[in-house]
Design a binder for this molecule. Structure first.
Ligand SMILES: Nc1ncnc2c1ncn2[C@@H]1O[C@H](COP(=O)(O)OP(=O)(O)OP(=O)(O)O)[C@@H](O)[C@H]1O
Length: 225
């Protein structure tokens, strides 16, 4: 059964259209990857799905509900979790406070933050450290943990490996697989890193110039670095 269905969506910034007639579905429990070079519209797609930017055409169905016109917080409450590129954690708040804010801000009890923290051994020794002093990899892991405090059904992930060293990349990949298993999550990952994508995704689509299509191996190979 499909959890998310994008039907002919268009979105952009002001007069500039970035997404054109984007159509795809994500099955419940699936790990879907979308590969694309810089500037092809991957981040814009995730922003349109989570409600950060409005649709100018098309529809988004999530769990059999039309969510395409709902505001960001309403989509989050419906179960769409978004981990943006650049992470956007609160630098002055501690790891614990970042997680508590996310739980309470999405109407969940504080105990959810403790339950999520129990799944992140790397964060446990640094719960009282300010978000702003964490390494890039630790911030990425905190961003993930923070998003889970909203108890999403679907996780939208924007290039979680960007700017992190290979050992952390492996840790993020293990963490995603574990979270998928433990929380029964459905995942949609956009990436340029084909190796990372291949180690995780059940199915990979391609994004080129604001359009999404089924992937081709040759084209995917050209994206590897
Ligand atoms: N806030 C914005 N205002 C105006 N144009 C934007 C904005 N954000 C992105 N764009 C433009 O939209 C297009 C798609 O950008 P987007 O960030 O979605 O690409 P991307 O595939 O995620 O690239 P990257 O891998 O570099 O993050 C680009 O031409 C970009 O310059």
């Amino acid at each position: 059964m499909s959890l998310l269905a994008a039907s002919g969506i268009e979105a952009g910034y002001g007069q500039m259209r970035v997404l054109t007639d984007v159509r795809f579905e994500v099955e419940e429990g699936e790990f879907l990857g979308i590969l694309g070079h810089n500037g092809m519209g991957k981040s814009t797609l995730l922003k349109a799905l989570c409600g950060e930017i409005p649709l100018t055409r098309g529809a988004i169905a999530f769990a059999d509900r039309d969510v395409g016109k709902l505001a960001v917080h309403a989509r989050a409450r419906a179960g769409i979790g978004y981990v943006p590129q650049g992470r956007q954690i609160f630098p002055a708040l501690t790891v614990r406070e970042n997680m508590l804010m996310a739980a309470l801000g999405s109407g969940r009890p504080a105990t959810v933050a403790d339950r999520v923290l129990a799944k992140f051994p790397r964060l446990q020794p640094i719960v009282d450290r300010a978000g702003g002093v964490l390494s890039g990899g630790e911030q990425q892991i905190l961003a993930l943990a923070r998003c889970l405090c909203g108890e999403p059904k679907l996780l939208l992930l924007d290039e979680p490996t960007e700017g992190v060293q290979p050992s952390i990349r492996d840790e993020i990949s293990d963490t995603l697989l574990r979270l998928r298993r433990d929380f029964g999550l459905t995942l949609l990952l956009v990436e340029q890193n084909i190796q990372f994508m291949q180690s995780l995704a059940d199915r990979v689509l391609h994004m080129e110039k604001g359009r999404v299509s089924a992937g081709h191996d040759e084209a995917a190979g050209a994206l590897a670095f």
